[in-house]
Write a protein that binds this ligand. Structure first.
Ligand code: BG6
Ligand code: MG
Length: 217
């Protein structure tokens, strides 16, 4: 295949925000009177804010009406924002920025495809907004991953056909979304969880465009 564009998930691929999501959700669980563990938190990766809350309530065996849910989701987000707003470029995952720069140098387009409505703030804090030719975030989609909408919109905004696109993802739902979009997918993390991807790497350290091209031959 000819690679003309790379699309990136944000949380868990470019930056580790999962720890801040976890602290903020755990606070909500404590307020409701139950424990929320890091193991439970795994289920929230790649999932929208409202769906995350529903999973949290399921763990605690709690039912709430829509107003109650809206209130808690807003509270969690205000808490999460306190952490996000303090982030610095030091929190970029190793070699992620270097890989984005290499893509630009080689004329390969880049897009963000993140479920997070806070993605623009995070990119701004990390000072990498200008490294993306298109930004599709949780504010621009109606269907969550594993639906391919987010990546198809990214390709459309870049004006590149899906079969010339590669997606980088750390969540199973994201990998399913990429494959459903007709794109190749590189998993970032463990092959045990991301086995459906075309290739799984632990991170961008030691990775390069040449290695990417080689692996998809
Ligand atoms: C995803 C995260 O990127 O964004 C999820 O992996 C999170 O854990 C989702 O729930 C939505 O984020 P936000 O910032 O809109 O609450
Ligand atoms: Mg992710």
């Amino acid at each position: 295949m000819e690679i003309k564009a790379c699309l990136f998930d944000l949380d868990g691929v470019i930056v580790d925000t999962a720890k801040y999501h976890f602290i903020a959700w755990r606070e909500i669980a404590h307020e409701l009177g139950f424990e929320f563990t890091e193991h439970d938190n795994e289920r929230l990766k790649g999932v929208s804010r409202m769906r995350s809350l529903e999973i949290l309530l399921e763990v605690g065996g709690i039912t709430l009406d829509e107003t109650g849910k809206e209130r808690l989701a807003e509270k969690k987000n205000n808490d999460y924002l306190q952490y996000i707003l303090k982030m610095t470029p030091d929190e970029l995952l190793p070699s992620a920025k270097e890989f984005l720069l290499e893509l630009h140098k080689k004329g390969i387009k880049t897009a963000l495809g993140s479920a997070s409505k806070n993605a623009p703030v995070i990119l701004d804090r990390l000072q990498i907004t200008n490294l993306f030719d298109a930004i599709i975030d949780g504010n621009k989609v109606t269907k969550a991953k594993p639906d391919p909408e987010i990546f198809l919109k990214g390709a459309e905004e870049l004006n590149i056909s899906p079969d010339n696109c590669v997606v980088f993802e750390d969540a199973e739902a994201g990998i399913e979304a990429a494959l459903a979009a007709g794109m190749k997918c590189i998993g970032i993390g463990s092959p045990l969880i991301l086995g459906k991807a075309n290739l799984v790497i632990p991170g961008f350290e030691g990775f390069s465009v040449d290695k990417l091209v080689e692996s998809l031959k």
